[in-house]
Design a protein around this ligand. Structure first.
Ligand code: MN
Length: 233
């Protein structure tokens, strides 16, 4: 075996509820435009703007309770509370009927977004990478194993400084979890270690340094983090 030219970055991982074992993150896929009310608040019609897929780097994950530094190059950082699906295995071209067999568990995540950069990218037809895939952009709470049950309904909510900003039910997703896995596996070979952020309900809004963010889904560990001041250059 060849040695590396220098030490590789440590693998990204997420806590597993009730276990000392950690979930090793392979990739982070995300679904955009997956709740009709959120599509409308973004100025589009759900019928004309179907769900889209994008990615974040694996090491964008932030452990529950860890402060998130306000990112550079934005003046409009937004929260997006989401159900996160964690895969134990994968394949290409997974049928919706077989999709849940690949699920390791479920967690609450926050798809942090530089909304100003996203709006500029959309206007110019450019990619969303700098708007979505930045450092520390994927806080995730502990994963609840699917052995405790799959999730297809339940209240999803987010509070900033104890004020309710987002509230819906995950049964309002336009593409449900099996549908998302089936669709994504038509573009990519999915595998164990993949996380899928499944889209956010209406009520997205701005965060600023000092804010306290809490997000929840019935039956899952509550996600909590603050927004800290940007690091000094
Ligand atoms: Mn999102």
């Amino acid at each position: 075996m060849n040695d590396f030219a220098f030490p590789p970055a440590p693998p990204a991982s997420v806590a597993v509820a009730g276990s000392k074992l950690r979930f090793p993150v392979h990739r982070i896929y995300c679904v955009g435009r997956n709740y009709a009310e959120h599509v409308r608040e973004m100025g589009a019609e759900p019928e004309r703007a179907p769900p889209v897929f994008f990615m974040k780097p694996a090491d964008a994950v932030v452990a529950n309770g860890t402060p998130v530094p306000y990112p550079p190059a934005t003046a409009n950082l937004h929260h997006e509370v989401e159900l996160v699906v964690a895969l134990r295995s994968g394949a290409r071209h997974i049928a919706a009927g077989a999709a849940l067999g690949h699920v390791f568990g479920y967690a609450v995540g926050n798809d942090l977004t530089r909304r100003d950069l996203q709006a500029a990218a959309r206007a110019k037809g450019q990619p969303w990478d700098t708007a979505k895939g930045f450092d520390h952009s994927a806080p995730v709470a502990a994963i609840r194993p699917a052995a405790e049950g799959h999730l297809n309904r339940g209240r999803i909510w987010l509070k900033v400084n104890d004020s309710l900003r987002q509230e819906s039910d995950i049964d309002q997703m336009l593409l449900d979890v099996p549908g998302i896995i089936a669709a994504l596996s038509g573009f990519y070979e999915l595998r164990g270690g993949d996380l899928i952020f499944t889209g956010t309900p209406a009520g997205v809004g701005a965060l600023k340094p000092g804010d306290r963010v809490e997000g929840g889904i019935d039956g899952l560990e509550t996600l909590r983090h603050t927004i800290s001041a940007p690091p000094v250059a």
